[in-house]
Design a protein around this ligand. Structure first.
Ligand code: HEM
Length: 411
């Protein structure tokens, strides 16, 4: 089996429920050149090094398009890239401006102040399951919860969820490298259209917030910080699109993967019920063991980069396989064991370096509260289907549905 076909097997839907044995095979060649010129990096230290390497760009404009992508990249007069897809200095300026209303030093309490709202949202969703014996953890809980949170944070009306759900799905599908022999063109085009429409919707909303500001993040971003440095109207729209998508297509998988893992490890579920403080290391272990972002497929080498004796040539596309690095036995003892009390757990689940997940403090708090309450309140929960049906996407990986049976809900 060559490593080229191996990466294809990993993104193939057949591997979605359990890609980990294939990652173990991939790690035998830490930096593996694929037939199409992509370099897949699969071991912990090599990935961590590259996440901090300024010679690796996140900007799609540095990419040599692969077959089928040329036209689309040229057509891309739509929205410019968000700071997720920019390099310094633009990345740093926009991330700094976005951080002002979100985290320290200017807004140290934005996330912690949401704790009460988060707890109420979780209680309300679990109350809705009271008279039932079965639920789909995805549809009934893990999807609606982060959507409510990101709407509250940004100041987006929750009633509009149905409209932007469709755009969000199309944007996320654009990240999917697709099956063998399938061109990415149509999906990329649909993703671009959806980004434009979501951008248009958010531009209208930002205008409303400018006229009548609230305590939300979009109002704060639109108002600027009083020292003259602020985002342009277009940068603001692009950032709002990024936050809305990043804020709701990843946390759903962390919560769902979390519930699935707990149901497969009843001891951990029992422990979490008895010692709620366990939620903190347990969520970190989930981000290592079942990371919602499995790989970062959109980096480009700006120079020849020597990684462990293999030279990644300038211009080459690079995939950082985070989920594989998280199971690297050279970094984590007994890596295939789910150990909710694991210490020294510097996983790659939120990436690393300058693009380290902006929303990490919020995602952590959401997952901690959600899993603690599900563990506490669902009586005798059990899996109806194992493995459950998965979403198609190999990048943002998680179950599409998670049917669970239980004997009622504790108050
Ligand atoms: C469990 C949930 C989440 C996971 C696993 C996750 C994972 C990640 C990862 C791996 C990256 C790095 C991407 C790269 O290096 O190319 C990232 C970046 C980012 N995330 Fe998250 N994320 C989560 C939740 C969130 C939330 C809730 C928000 C928003 C409130 C958010 C906003 C962002 C943004 C804006 C970036 C870009 C940062 C930059 O380029 O500087 N994420 N996330």
């Amino acid at each position: 089996m060559t490593s080229a076909t191996l990466l294809r097997r990993i993104t193939d839907y057949a591997a979605r429920a359990d890609p980990y044995p294939l990652y173990a095979e991939l790690r035998r060649t830490p930096v593996a050149r694929q037939e199409d010129g992509v370099y897949a990096v699969s071991t912990y230290w090599e990935i961590a090094g590259l996440l901090h390497d300024p010679r690796l760009s996140s900007d799609p404009r540095n990419r040599v398009p692969t077959a089928g992508e040329e036209d689309i990249l040229e057509e891309e007069q739509g929205l410019p890239p968000s700071f997720l897809r920019l390099d310094p200095p633009e990345h740093d300026r926009l991330r700094r401006l976005a951080t002002r209303p979100f985290g320290p030093p200017d807004s140290p309490r934005r996330v912690s102040d949401l704790r009460g709202d988060l707890a109420r949202m979780v209680s309300g969703l679990i109350d809705g399951l009271r008279d039932r014996e079965r639920a789909d953890i995805v549809e009934d809980f893990a999807y609606p919860f982060p959507v409510m949170v990101i709407c509250k944070l940004l100041g987006v009306p929750h009633e509009d969820e149905e409209r932007f759900h469709v755009w969000a799905e199309a944007i996320v599908a654009g990240l999917d490298p697709g099956e063998e022999g399938e061109g990415p063109a149509e999906r990329l085009r649909a993703a671009q259209r959806a980004r434009m429409e979501l951008g248009r919707y958010l531009a209208g909303l930002i205008e409303d917030h400018r006229r009548a500001p609230g305590g939300d993040m979009l109002s704060a971003l639109a108002a600027g910080h009083g020292d003259g440095e602020r985002m342009s109207p277009l940068e603001l729209v692009v950032t709002a699109v990024l936050l809305l998508i990043a804020g709701h297509e990843t946390t759903v998988n962390l919560i769902t993967n979390g519930m699935l893992t707990l149901l497969r490890h009843p001891d951990a579920l029992r422990r979490l019920r008895e010692e709620p403080g366990l939620a903190v290391p347990l969520v970190e272990e989930l981000l290592r063991y079942e990371p919602p972002v499995q790989l970062l497929p959109q980096r480009t080498a700006l120079a020849d980069i020597d990684v462990g004796g293999v030279v990644i040539p300038r211009g080459a596309p690079v995939w950082l396989v985070l989920a594989s690095g998280n199971r690297d036995p050279r970094r984590f003892p007994d890596p295939d064991r789910f150990d909710p009390g694991r210490t020294g757990n510097e996983h790659l689940g939120f990436g690393g370096g300058i693009h380290y997940c902006f929303g990490a403090p919020l995602a952590r708090l959401e997952a901690q509260i959600a899993l603690t309450e599900l563990a506490r309140r669902l009586v005798e929960p059990r899996l109806v289907e194992d493995p459950p049906p998965y979403r198609r996407n190999p990048v943002l990986r998680g179950p599409r549905h998670l049917p669970v049976a239980f004997d009622g809900c504790a108050p």
